[in-house]
Design a protein around this ligand. Structure first.
Ligand code: AHM
Ligand code: MG
Length: 336
């Protein structure tokens, strides 16, 4: 196979002078290890009897699956050993996690993640994923405070996801474009299969949960109405629709063949600010999409400009092919 492994890719990044990738390499190696272990845990779920739900609810008020907790534990363990991460925020933990036994030297990072995104899909054998975001720990101390995690998305130094689909693929950015690595299960090694991923500016494919139409705000209803009108409508073209109900799968599809993904604010979720979580879903995906030439917005501002006020804050999300995001956002600011 004439494809660089993840380790060889990091050596190449050093030669190309991409210092942020070189800085993130040890951390990304640990994340890659965690994602391999999570892929195995999901794959073995039915065989090991871990596909069920727990009685517990997470901080989102959602019933936790056994695998939500298993994947959370795997991700924390794999990323706690090196001593370069001061603290973590997870969708599955109400409070942030302070990594014990910190080494004293070296810069510290904060890791924010959703260990098993789309977990409602896990026991029906549909793709799920892990999403992660990396920030600098502002205090530089081994004991981060909650406010240290409340940084706008533009402060991210690395973001990525693993998609557990027909194959396991790890996609990340450190601000030098977006690269995707497929797991070769024979050697348990990630190889670069999707270099320099780019999102086409135009698309005729949208992804949204149409069953929520009646709850959306008027600008979102208008945008989708016009998509459904096809060639005769304002877009002048017919649209296709996809909805996997796994954000990772939707964003990966958009990175491969374009599209626009939306989980807008609606009347049910308005008081919460939306459905998807800012710090470990919307922000990392926005960084990736932006690095691939796409755009992302809440409808009212760029997602990565939002200043977080709470760890599990939610936002409206419109992201993907640039020209469709611009169009949908323009309806939010227009008077019609
Ligand atoms: P989760 O983090 O609890 O899995 O929820 C996030 C998921 C996204 O992956 C997906 O886009 C959305 O929720 C699906 O929502 P719905 O159930 O309304 O289709
Ligand atoms: Mg999620």
């Amino acid at each position: 196979m004439n494809k660089p492994s993840l380790a060889q890719f990091f050596i190449g990044e050093q030669q190309r002078g991409n210092v942020s990738t070189v800085e993130m390499a040890p951390l990304l190696e640990d994340i890659a290890t965690a994602c391999k272990e999570i892929a195995l845990a999901i794959n073995q779920g039915a065989l090991q009897g871990t596909m069920g739900s727990l009685d517990a609810q997470n901080v989102q008020g959602e019933t936790q699956k056994q695998l939500d907790v298993i994947c959370n534990d795997i991700f924390i363990a794999a990323n706690s050993k090196r001593g370069n991460i001061a603290g973590m925020v997870s969708e599955e933990l109400e409070q942030f996690y302070t990594v014990p036994h910190q080494s004293v030297s070296g810069e510290k990072y904060l890791l924010l993640f959703d260990p098993l995104d789309g977990s409602s899909n896990v026991n029906v054998n549909i793709s799920v994923g892990t999403i992660f975001s990396v920030l600098r720990c502002p205090t530089g101390a081994p004991h981060p405070q909650p406010k240290d995690f409340l940084q706008a998305g533009k402060q991210q130094i690395c973001a990525g996801y693993a998609l557990y689909g027909t194959s396991t693929i790890l996609v990340f950015t450190t601000g030098h474009g977006v690269n995707g690595f497929t797991l070769d299960i024979e050697t348990n090694t990630f190889f670069l299969t999707h270099p320099n991923m780019q999102i086409a500016a135009d698309t005729n494919e949208f992804a949204i949960n149409m069953s929520n139409y009646r709850f959306w705000q008027a600008p979102m209803q208008r945008y989708i109405d016009e998509c459904l009108e096809g060639k005769a409508g304002a877009h002048g073209k017919d649209f296709n629709m996809r909805w996997v109900a796994s954000m990772v799968a939707e964003i990966h599809r958009i990175l491969v063949r374009g599209g626009v993904f939306m989980y807008p604010i609606d009347s049910r979720a308005k008081s919460q600010g939306g459905k998807l979580r800012l710090l470990y879903e919307a922000n990392p995906m926005s960084f990736i999409v932006g690095q691939a030439g796409g755009a992302s917005s809440t409808g009212y501002q760029d997602i990565m400009d939002v200043t977080p006020t709470t760890l599990h804050q939610r936002v409206g999300v419109i992201m993907g092919s640039k020209n469709e995001v611009i169009r949908a956002v323009s309806y939010h600011s227009s008077k019609h």
